[in-house]
Design a protein around this ligand. Sequence first.
Ligand SMILES: [Zn+2]
Length: 168
Amino acid sequence: MGEAVQRVFVPSVTEEDGGTIGLGCFSSEETAWQVLRAFLKKSEQMLLTNCSVVVWDIDIVGEEAMTVLSTMECKDCPVCGRRTFWIDVDNFSALCHGNACSAWIEENTIDPEIIDCGWPTIRFLKQNKSIEEAVESLFRLGDRLKSVGEERMDETAAESMIDESTSD
Ligand SMILES: [Zn+2]
């Protein structure tokens, strides 16, 4: 006999107009995250402001039954400009879920003082001293992509951008 479910994991997203979309209620945290990540791929077609994964303990009355595991905010992506850039405020990480973008920010795994950011399309990678600086780096990259035109970004242009970004 399987054990009765003691707690459930509930991912949800909030739209710009304030409406909340519940994505289901799951017996494992892993499944909740998978469902949420799959949904975030659609954020390109919607205007979302934030999302969360919440744990509910079963058969407990009141707000003690609820624990917020994680929340993320959605912003305009510094590189592609779409509202698909999800920022995990607690863990200092961010990822663009926009089609063919995947710009990201993450704490360095070795030195937590360093904040890495990158854009896989041209293997852009930069180390920064703060979140703000990382966001700024991605904005500068986005600006230059706009001025060059994304399609015309060849290897040489990409390399010179990477050189410039690592030399300061
Ligand atoms: Zn993007």
